[in-house]
Design a protein around this ligand. Structure first.
Ligand code: ATP
Length: 220
């Protein structure tokens, strides 16, 4: 379902070239939940950015659902990302001037999905926020913001969710409640999950955990 083939990625840092991945190969099945752990700076966020197509590899290819990124033009890749991928970030990344309902409706509108309002209300209800529809992000708690972000990530029924430390900014109890909701919803939809986390407890909820070490993913 997701294949990374011979990925090479380096960054220019001043006059130096820093290799993050020299020959990364990886495979994730449909509906699988995979945790990625690794030290700070090991390349976890870079990996998610490559899978999302936000950054390009120097060489190699990413294939999601039989679509090879190499063969897509920039605009096609943007459309493909909007349709097939959902994101959940540590810092929520909600649009500050849109209320909860409008934030959740955004990806549905971009993808041209019918009845975005009904779907957004249904999802916000399922994450326990039907009483917060018209609240701006600044009027929501951290846990509520992350539940809005989860609803937003799922509204267009993406094939895959990329989550970067989704409970990293939440207290333990709220983090567990938010992760419960995320796992419940992705299981219902058989959505594939790639989850970057520093928490072993969070990683243990996934079927497989890999450690990113020296540019390779080692099964833990
Ligand atoms: N745009 C960039 N230009 C230059 N170097 C970069 C860029 N983005 C990331 N890096 C470097 O690449 C390495 C990997 O960064 P990345 O953010 O992927 O690591 P990470 O494992 O997600 O770290 P953390 O756990 O601290 O978030 C780091 O050394 C970082 O400084």
């Amino acid at each position: 379902m997701l294949k990374l083939e011979s990925l090479k990625k380096s960054y220019e840092q001043g006059s130096q070239k820093v290799d993050i991945f020299e020959n990364l190969n990886f495979h994730v099945e449909v509906g699988q939940r995979v945790a990625i752990m690794g030290k700070s700076g090991s390349g976890k966020s870079t990996l998610l950015s490559l899978i999302s197509g936000i950054i390009k590899p120097d060489s190699g290819d990413i294939i999601l659902n039989s679509t090879s990124y190499k063969n897509l033009k920039e605009s096609e890749l943007n459309d493909f990302r909007a349709t097939n991928i959902g994101f959940v970030f540590q810092n929520f990344h909600l649009v500050s001037y849109l209320n909860a309902l409008e934030n959740v409706m955004l990806p549905a509108k971009v993808c041209g999905i019918s009845n975005p309002k009904e779907k957004a209300i249904e999802l916000l209800k399922s994450v326990g926020l039907s009483h917060r529809l018209d609240h701006l992000p600044s009027q929501l708690s951290g846990g509520e913001k992350q539940r809005v972000a989860i609803a937003r990530a799922l509204i267009h029924n993406p094939k895959i969710i990329l989550a970067d430390e989704p409970s990293g900014n939440l207290d333990e109890e709220t983090g567990i409640a938010v992760m419960d909701k995320l796992f419940e919803l992705i299981e219902q939809n058989n959505t594939t999950l790639i989850l970057v986390t520093h928490s072993k407890d969070v990683a243990n909820r996934c079927e497989k955990t890999y450690e990113l070490i020296h540019g390779n993913l080692a099964l833990c």
